[in-house]
Design a protein around this ligand. Structure first.
Ligand code: FUL
Length: 507
């Protein structure tokens, strides 16, 4: 055992030396057993998103569309034995969905091409369980095609959900056979519908009809996706985008995008500087933990990687449409609160809005979704910190606009892990929301901050937080002042700030 440990220690050290360049501009870093806790923290602070992860993060607000045989059977999880003839939307209009999403400010939409029941919304040539055996458009219809066309027309990016768990396929549980089936279906979806920006995999893995448990060949799925859609990000059971860990829409107060991964001894040989080499060693882990990326978690890591959170939630209690839930559509206030707790907590907000049996999104869902957009637009229409003058650590005075000129960001001097950034507003204002953004393209660093305002006599604390990441929104009791201070108390490395704003919830 001791010998094994020494071999491991030696080889970790070598790999770490090869990957020393990872301490800047890489989306993962192997941690050497000889690295001190301080060194590991610094390494964590220099891990950055891939271009694909960064582009995805900037989308901010995206749509989920659960639609399929369950819509017609009034279920959440179909068993796979449904008659395809039940699928018969009378007024399906994917443009109505996409127009609504576009108006709501969403930038990408993800459709459940196949849910756990195995029913395919496109005429897959590998199964009878699809739209091709439904009366809809006499079996000549293709919901995926209509959805993709509508997204292209209205300039939304496209995502597809393909459930690995398939309760219809007789080969499910016969692992190699089913994996081949799954790859064939992925190939259909990734070759016939143009650019796909997000591939969505959930981790459900039920019992096969033959009593055997399916072993998914994730690595072969990733390879195929990287090959057919190199710019796509993969959600869930992949190393690109992680599930935030809850379906409530509420992310963590402390949400790190750099997360540890345990390695098997042979894993390290498979890692190169290639973006996708992490695919070969990635193992899905539990994402529901309260703490995923604190100092305590990462100092024990074998590998650290950029793994940002997607916060999924449905506008209704269920993921699929159920007439009985028409009165339970989330209110505008609730959606606004979720917005602050998803996008505002370093996540991407994935909101499910399920079409009904007609194939249309219901009026109440449309109304509340557009209501959310209206409120958000009003809140963020006036930034009370525009035209303020800024000093950092009482240094020279700059304009806020100069500090955050598009594409630029403020960064503290090397070795400075704290800062006091003071904004003098152009006039006394009342606000109750602050927005902070770090320049994640150099790493996520800020660990603790608070905000003070000048009450005429003293500096008074009015808000505080831990992580910032791509975006942090904080709500607090209204504050009236013309001077405020952002105090970055702790940062894993010299902190950055790429944007700052002060807003008012309602006028
Ligand atoms: C889960 C599924 O089991 C639910 O039905 C839904 O699709 C949700 C988004 O993911 O894992």
């Amino acid at each position: 055992m001791k010998i094994l440990i020494s071999i491991l220690v030696a080889s970790f050290t070598i790999i770490s030396a090869q990957h020393k360049s990872n301490t800047s501009n890489s989306h993962f870093a192997i941690i050497s057993k000889s690295e001190s806790a301080d060194e590991i923290i610094r390494t964590a602070a220099t891990i950055v998103p891939t271009q694909q992860q960064y582009e995805w993060q900037k989308l901010g607000f995206i749509a989920f569309v659960h639609f399929g045989i369950n819509t017609f059977t009034d279920r959440e999880w179909g068993e796979g034995n449904e008659d395809p003839k039940l699928f018969n939307p009378t007024e399906l209009d994917a443009e109505q969905w996409v127009r609504t999403f576009k108006k709501a400010g969403m930038k990408l939409a993800i459709l459940t091409a196949k849910h756990h029941d195995g029913f395919c919304l496109w005429p897959s040539k590998y199964t009878y369980h699809s739209v091709k055996n439904s009366p809809w458009k006499n079996g000549k219809g293709d919901v995926v095609r209509e959805f993709v066309d509508a997204c292209r027309k209205h300039d939304l990016k496209v995502g597809l959900y393909l459930s690995p768990w398939d309760r219809n396929n007789p080969d499910y549980g016969d692992s190699p056979k089913y994996n081949e089936y799954f790859l064939n279906q992925l190939t259909e979806l990734l070759t016939n519908y143009g650019e796909i920006t997000e591939v969505w995999f959930d981790g459900a893995c039920g019992e096969g009809p033959n009593g055997k448990r399916q072993v998914y060949d994730w690595q072969s799925y990733y390879r195929l996706i990287r090959n057919l859609q190199p710019n796509a990000v993969i959600f869930g059971m992949s190393p690109d985008i992680r599930w935030v860990g809850t379906e409530t829409g509420y992310g963590r107060d402390t949400e790190w995008s750099v997360i540890p991964l345990k390695l098997d001894p042979t894993d390290k040989q498979k890692l190169t500087s290639e973006r996708n080499s992490i695919d070969e060693i990635y193992k899905p882990g539990d994402m529901t933990d309260y703490d995923l990326g604190s100092r305590e978690k990462i100092i024990d890591a074998d590998l650290l990687f950029w793994y940002p959170a997607e916060t999924d939630v449905s506008i209704r209690p269920g993921w699929f449409y159920h007439p009985s839930q028409d009165s339970q559509v989330k209110s505008i206030d609730k959606l606004v609160d979720i917005y602050f707790n998803s996008i505002g907590k370093n996540g991407v907000f994935l909101l499910n809005v399920p079409p009904d049996k007609r194939g249309l999104i219901n009026d109440i869902d449309v109304k509340n979704l557009l209501g959310l957009k209206e409120v958000i637009d009003i809140i963020f229409s006036i930034d009370f910190s525009d035209n303020s003058s800024v000093t950092v650590n009482s240094g020279k005075v700059e304009s806020k606009e100069k500090l955050f000129v598009k594409g630029k960001y403020w960064i503290a001097d090397e070795k400075e892990n704290s800062a006091v950034i003071e904004f003098t507003l152009s006039e006394e204002s009342t606000f109750d929301v602050v927005m902070l953004q770090e320049e994640v393209q150099v790493g996520q660093r800020i660990e603790k901050f608070h905000l003070n305002f000048w009450n005429g006599v003293d500096w008074q604390k009015f808000a505080e937080g831990t992580t910032v990441g791509y975006k942090r929104l904080l709500k607090f009791n209204p504050v009236k002042t013309n001077r405020i201070r952002l105090v970055i108390e702790e940062s894993r490395l010299n902190p950055t700030l790429s944007n700052f704003g002060l807003f008012k919830l309602s006028m």
